[in-house]
Design a binder for this molecule. Structure first.
Ligand code: FAD
Length: 430
């Protein structure tokens, strides 16, 4: 094995494995370094993959054997929770359950080895079970990686080691995360008896449902999710770090409380916990992105801060795949031009700008501030659920006219001025 490579990729998640696949497919000598004993063994993700970015590389990937995905999601449910109530916007679209499919539930323990396998088949050399400790520098230029006291040199290093971005942060290439814009994510995989997922969620074939929830457990900024896999459920939450610290609550307690909610508990009943993981998420969006490239290196995926939560969709995986693809292409171009400097790698930022990654992050750049509104997690879910409660409750005394019900519900809720302000703020950023 040569002691200098064209490209070294740190992290065999979706961004890293995709970058390795693209560079190896172009004939480059590529190392794919991963701290886990196998790809996917250390990754944390809720697991709803929007199909388009992966399908661009492998059209009809869902037909492959082994199949890397779980269920085609054709029912998306957004649920507001109060301690006792749930109010849902339930969207079913049969077209989402047919090719080209809108999204799939995935388990990263299956998907990551599948993508990394493509990179290996294209010629990338896997180095798994090895934690990268730092970068080798010559002046300001990155010329390789350090792992276990050894050095591995390369023209270009692709940093795709996930949201903690430790390799870049330890080397001063990326600033420390701001707690106001950092989420703590936890995820559990819960196994149900065979056939129970279909029965409980009224699913047929490979169709699936995903729930996104806002509100309960109250007083913390964040939300929960529950996705159906083949025989398991993926359940978790992402909560703002500052909000957890200010309210002095542990993520573990919040998740346990969430699982006890009557609406959620009945979906989990009889299930057994088979996986538990957690990690940070950079929620700052477009305005918090670090420099994406420099002399000898590129940042891809969540190490670059590519993550977008609009309330309806939670996305990082399609951004990771697309940025990995573009990082791979930029590395190949720089190696071929024998110019792995910041200038030689500048095509990366340019192609990202043209891609959906930057377009959508820019479009939703105001979103992080929309979610820093405590009314969203307490008052609005309560307001909406109380209104519905009053409309559905029958006690034999007769129901007052709708106008009075509305007036009574709004009393004690957000002020009309807050309501207008919040609606305007959300609408402007949509
Ligand atoms: C709770 C939660 C729920 C989420 N839900 C969704 C969702 O439903 N849909 C969606 O699209 N996105 C979701 N995301 C975001 C999504 O998981 C990430 O955006 C995505 O995983 C980023 O991929 P990546 O390849 O950049 O990084 P990662 O998937 O984090 O991969 C990084 C890889 O680098 C390896 N690594 C780290 N450090 C080192 C080192 N020093 N040396 C070697 N290897 C290293 C890790 O082991 C890992 O394999 C969620 C995130 C969280 C936390």
């Amino acid at each position: 094995m040569s002691d200098k490579f064209d490209v070294v990729v740190v992290g065999a998640g979706l961004a890293g494995a995709t970058a390795a696949f693209v560079a190896a497919s172009a004939g480059q000598q590529v190392i794919l370094a991963e701290r886990g004993s196998r790809p996917g063994s250390k990754t944390v993700s809720g697991g709803l993959l929007y199909t388009h970015a992966l399908a661009r590389l492998w059209p009809k990937f869902w037909e492959e054997d082994p199949c890397p995905v779980e269920r085609a999601i054709d029912r998306n449910v957004l649920t507001l929770l109060t301690p006792d109530q749930a109010l849902s916007v339930d969207h079913f679209d049969a077209r989402f359950g047919r090719p080209p499919y809108n999204s799939f539930s995935v388990l990263r323990s299956r998907l990551d080895p599948w993508v990394a396998g493509k990179a290996e088949a294209a010629g990338a050399t896997p180095v798994y079970g090895v934690k990268v400790d730092g970068l080798v520098r010559e002046g300001a230029r990155v010329v390789g990686i350090q792992a276990g006291g050894e050095e591995l040199r390369a023209d270009v290093v692709v940093l795709a080691d996930g949201a903690n971005a430790l390799t870049a942060r330890r080397s001063g290439l990326e600033p420390e995360g701001d707690p106001r814009h950092t989420g703590v994510g936890v995820k559990q995989v819960i196994e149900l008896p065979p056939g129970e997922v279909d029965k409980r969620f009224q699913l047929t074939g490979r169709s699936g449902t995903q729930y996104t929830t806002v509100g309960f457990p109250t007083k913390v900024e964040g939300g929960g999710f529950l996705y159906t896999n083949r025989d398991t459920l993926s359940l978790g939450m992402i909560i703002n770090l500052r909000s957890l610290v200010e309210r002095n609550v542990s993520m573990y307690d919040v998740l346990e409380e969430y699982k006890q909610h009557p609406f959620i508990a009945r979906l989990l009943e009889g299930g057994s916990l088979v996986e538990y993981s957690g990690c940070f998420v950079g929620e700052g969006g477009y305005d918090s992105l670090p420099p994406l490239a420099g002399d000898g290196y590129l940042l891809a995926g969540s190490a670059a801060g590519f993550f977008l939560n609009t309330g309806f969709t939670l996305r990082g995986m399609d951004f990771a795949i697309e940025s990995g693809r573009l990082a791979g292409e930029a590395a190949v171009a720089a190696v071929r031009a024998k110019d792995p400097t910041a200038r030689g790698l500048s095509g990366y930022a340019a192609s990202l700008e043209q891609s959906f990654v930057m377009r959508e992050l820019r479009e939703f750049r105001g979103y992080p501030s929309v979610f820093q509104n405590p009314r969203l997690y307490e008052q609005y879910p309560r307001l909406a659920a109380t209104l519905l409660d009053r409309l559905y409750s029958v006690d034999g005394r007769g129901r007052p006219p709708l106008r009075s019900v509305l007036k009574e519900t709004v009393r004690g809720g957000p002020s009309p001025l807050d309501l207008v302000r919040d609606l305007w703020s959300a609408a402007r950023r949509l």
